[in-house]
Design a protein around this ligand. Structure first.
Ligand code: SAM
Length: 313
């Protein structure tokens, strides 16, 4: 059954962080809006069974799709088991994953596909190796580019490339990305840089790019523009078949009004909004006490009741 929050939004997606660990150190990372308060957070990851239980009950509130994230989800030794368990749940139509792509060798991609992964997003903010190092502090560009090829070979299509727009780093090189998308057939997803406190964020103020001029250019060259239900994201279809999606979360009331997502932190807290850390609900303690499905369901309802658009009209 679909359940609406107080703002009439149904909840269809759940975004589950399965670890806080990462093998890159991106200069802009928002850590899925969850900042470690102590080392214990790193140790307290939900197990595959706990994630399965939570997602299983979440079907009762209308969840149909699961996105696995992190940290870097492929660092979890049991990531295949997690995907296998979730993709077998009746009523879950899609299990997808967002990764930095560093660990995507051919065997990994084949196994992800085999266990039931439907789609993959691969983060890539630059096609230049020095800039890649400057952004991530690791020399891994070749591995990521190979990872994209491996994912395609495994049939993990469509592949989306997540590119965070960063002033002076990649904002003048959008054409190169479009060429890359055309050549490889990936969907290019350009994401506006986010912050949780723009007044006190010098990094944000230095690197934030307003996507409007890019959208204007795309409007001029697109043969068709689609507005997706999810967060009113615009998808531009070019004549040559290239697809570019723009994600504009900042000060975008339409984005929030169409958010259908609940989040779960790696240590088992329900998170009603990416932008807030003050209204989390501990779900892992009850799950570890082996409470009934009904109690887990009630906690999911509580989290949904706390949902509120961060940016409003
Ligand atoms: N390690 C994985 C990866 O790199 O894709 C998954 C975790 S990462 C936090 C998930 C996505 O969030 C990535 O595509 C990343 O580019 C995006 N992201 C991280 N920080 C962001 C920010 N400040 N603004 C916008 N997007 C951000």
């Amino acid at each position: 059954m679909e359940i609406c929050d107080r703002y009439g939004r149904t909840i269809v997606d759940i975004r589950v962080s399965i670890t806080q660990h990462c093998n890159l150190n991106c200069i802009y990372c928002h850590h899925e809006g969850y900042h470690e308060r102590s080392n214990s957070v790193k140790r307290a990851e939900m197990t595959a069974e706990e994630i399965q239980r939570l997602v299983s009950v979440s079907r009762r509130v209308g969840i149909k799709r699961v996105k696995i994230t992190g940290g870097e989800p492929l660092l979890r030794h049991d990531v295949f088991e997690i995907i296998s368990k979730l993709s077998k749940l009746k009523g879950i139509n899609e299990v997808s994953l967002v990764t930095n792509g560093v660990l995507l060798d051919q065997d990994t991609c084949d196994r992800l596909k085999y266990e039931g992964l439907k789609r993959i997003n691969i983060s890539l903010d630059t096609l230049d190796s020095q800039t890649y190092f400057d952004v991530t502090r690791k020399n891994m560009l070749t591995k990521v580019l190979d990872g994209i090829t491996h994912a395609q070979n495994s049939g993990l299509n469509p592949i989306k490339i997540n590119t965070v727009l960063l002033k002076g780093i990649n904002d003048t090189r959008i054409r190169e990305f479009i060429e890359f998308a055309k050549k490889t057939g990936v969907i290019l997803q350009l994401i506006e840089l986010m912050t949780f406190d723009e007044n006190n964020d010098t990094f944000f103020n230095r690197y934030h790019v307003d996507p409007s001029p890019i959208e204007e250019v795309l409007e001029g060259i697109a043969k068709h523009i689609e507005v997706r239900q999810m967060q009113q994201r615009k998808r531009y279809h070019l004549n040559d078949g290239t697809v570019i999606e723009i994600v504009r979360p900042m000060h975008n009331s339409a984005f929030c009004a169409n958010c259908k997502r609940l989040r779960v932190t790696s240590d088992g807290h329900l998170k009603p909004c990416l932008m807030r850390e003050d209204n989390l609900i501990d779900i892992i303690t009850p799950i570890r006490r082996n409470v009934s499905d009904e109690e887990i369901y009630q906690l999911l309802l509580q989290a949904i009741a706390l949902r509120e658009p961060f940016f409003k009209e």
